[in-house]
Ligand binder design. Structure first.
Ligand code: ARG
Length: 607
């Protein structure tokens, strides 16, 4: 008989202490209270609140009446959904949030928000800054980037770097304690081969730093010898054993090799504004020995053809924790790693930003850790943050024209070159000084590469196209950066500082008045930032945040088309300033800047 697997109940890992401006949470609370008042004998029923799909139906809607009507039958109340909806509406305490409620269709409750509530929120951004709902602080370990020493850092690592950094930024934004960990591949048999080759090619390496210019070719040379030459192979194995016993001279050679790769990696992180702590596989050597001893003592290991295996519950493949030659594997290092993160780092969230191809490996590690009682899913969020491949415009694996793997340094260089060309095409070099142009070309290039990646659902493969990501009329970082800089220029050209503006608005208690429909729409979109954050914290899908900021910029553009902010006379002298509208502009830019910060995109006041 086939075992039917029950879907695991969804666990909410985000505990909101103070809703702040999360409208969905506030409405949920209001409707929960109303439901309990209207039907005190009914079993507890979850409130369903969503944004409306069509502004005709108001701003938000509560859809509980339909389900509640069914549930009420169990306590002998027979009322159709529209009747239930009406009773709930009658019990709602509107407070300062809700202007109007109406029952529509088969029992939906449409919610219209108070404009002054929205206006007060916009005002608070100007005086107190863009804020997040207060969320219970957690310790998170985010494993991302993780290239391999002596090998090229490739586009897969670029994706991991971009997505991982953005997730860290998101968690830091809401106040988490975040450890950004680079689990570099710096351990294993290939290092014996590399050090043995180093001894032969640079016999002086202990006293003089060898000038390894091209570690890739160095790797290839040593691999060739390893495959062809038996005595070399034997020496390579000897070196691994010595390395794992921390033999001083061998460790020195290993370090030299790591340094070469490390310098390359760091240059890339620097360009992309990524901070990360290196803690590679080598860090876990003693812990691997310990974890294998623990597994052995627990009696969970089986020996097959000299290999020591663990078969975690419900998994299709076993973990190989000791190879037949006695060596450790990727599995062993990840078992030691997860143990370290749980018991030594004491992390609540363990996120692994690794390509989707490694899902089976990671799920097996997690299952083993649960079997060993390291954690339960209720108390810890242990999750593989998978992502698809990077494809070329031909929809095939991303490669150079010659068919080689693309080197990241060259990719970033090309981005900067193309971004500068675009800026010059638009005549920006005539407006910006040299330093501004230099800042702009980098912000645009790196911003576009990151945004192109983050704006796609990470689970899917994504097509890398400079033409598309640098198109200033599409949903791209450069489009958003232009929009942002234009907004900032309004107050600047009017010669108004934030302090001036806030003083002007003090007379109305900092509550921005929203009259024109386009003003109201913009205010509402700004207000949705908090709910977007909560959503993204739950799914860790950054494309939702990209969609939010893109919509914000299009709603803003509509507003700016309809609503005059600054009126000038024929000579171009300022006649009047609409301070409410200027406040909306500034709050939009502040909110965009908060999104850019989370997405890792540098902002430009001028472009
Ligand atoms: N170095 C690995 C690779 O290039 C990624 C490591 C991911 N992290 C982990 N804990 N397994 O594929």
């Amino acid at each position: 008989a086939k075992k039917t697997k029950k879907a695991a109940p969804k666990i909410n890992y985000v505990t909101v202490e103070d809703y702040g401006d999360s409208i969905v949470s506030r409405l949920r609370e209001i409707f929960a209270k109303a439901q309990a008042t209207a039907y005190p004998t009914a079993p507890v029923f979850p409130v369903v609140v969503t944004e409306t799909s069509n502004p005709k139906f108001g701003d938000y809607q509560c859809n509980s009446a339909l389900g509640l009507s069914k549930l009420l039958k169990t306590v002998n109340i027979n009322e159709a959904p529209p009747v239930v909806a009406k009773k709930i509406v009658a019990a709602v305490e509107k407070g300062d949030l809700i202007k109007e409620l109406e029952v529509a269709g088969p029992g939906f409750i449409n919610v219209h928000l108070q404009h002054d509530f929205i206006g007060a929120h916009v005002g608070s951004i100007l005086t107190a800054g863009v804020s997040s709902p207060k969320i219970t602080k957690r310790k998170a370990v985010v494993d991302f980037s993780a290239p391999n020493i002596a090998k090229e850092m490739h586009v897969g690592h670029l994706r991991s770097t971009i997505i991982g950094d953005s997730i860290c930024r998101l968690l830091e934004f809401v106040g988490f304690d975040v450890a950004r960990i680079n689990h570099v591949g710096d351990w294993g048999t290939q290092f014996g081969m590399l050090v043995a080759h180093l001894q032969d090619t640079f016999p002086n390496y202990l006293v003089e730093t060898p000038p390894i210019a091209d570690l890739q070719s160095f790797y290839k040379e040593s691999k060739q010898r390893f495959d062809a030459d038996k005595t070399f192979k034997a020496r390579a194995y000897e070196c691994v054993v010595k390395l794992q016993n921390f033999d001083e001279d061998i460790v020195k050679g290993w370090k030299l090799i790591c340094d070469v790769s490390r310098a390359d990696f760091n240059r890339i992180y620097q360009r992309l504004d990524v901070t990360i702590i290196e803690r590679g596989e080598s860090f876990y050597q003693q812990r691997m020995i310990d974890v294998v001893a623990e597994l052995d003592a627990a009696g969970v290991l089986k020996t097959e053809e000299g290999r020591r295996l663990m078969f975690p519950t419900d998994c299709t493949i076993p973990l190989t924790v000791v190879k037949s030659d006695g060596g450790f594997t990727y599995d062993t290092s990840d078992m030691a790693t997860i143990k370290h993160r749980i018991f030594e780092e004491k992390a609540d969230w363990l996120l692994y930003v690794v390509d989707a191809g490694q899902s089976l490996h990671l799920e097996t590690i997690y299952a083993a850790a649960r079997d060993l009682g390291y954690y339960t899913p209720e108390e810890k969020r242990v999750q593989h943050i998978g992502f698809g491949l990077v494809l070329g415009e031909d929809k095939k694996k991303f490669r150079t024209r010659a068919g080689d793997t693309v080197r990241l340094t060259e990719l970033l260089d090309e981005g900067v070159k193309r971004s500068e060309e675009k800026l010059r095409e638009k005549g920006r070099h005539e407006v910006l000084n040299e330093a501004e142009l230099a800042a702009a070309k980098e912000a645009v290039a790196y911003g576009c590469i990151k945004y192109a990646d983050l704006s796609h659902n990470r689970i899917n493969d994504y097509v890398f196209s400079f033409d598309r990501m640098l198109d200033d009329r599409g949903n791209t970082a450069v489009y958003l950066l232009y929009c942002y800089a234009r907004i900032r220029s309004i107050a600047r050209n009017a010669g108004l500082t934030r302090k001036d503006l806030n003083e002007k608005l003090a007379a109305q208690n900092g509550v921005i008045q929203l009259k024109h429909e386009a003003e109201v729409r913009l205010g509402k979109q700004i207000l949705k930032f908090a709910d977007t954050l909560l959503l993204v914290l739950d799914t860790l899908l950054l494309n939702t945040l990209c969609e939010y900021v893109y919509t914000l910029s299009t709603v803003y553009t509509d507003f700016y088309g309809f609503c005059q902010v600054i009126t000038k006379d024929k000579e171009g002298k300022i006649e009047s300033i609409d301070y409410n509208r200027l406040a909306l502009c500034e709050a939009t830019a502040d909110t965009m800047a908060a999104c850019f910060k989370i997405l890792g995109i540098r902002t430009l006041e001028k472009i």
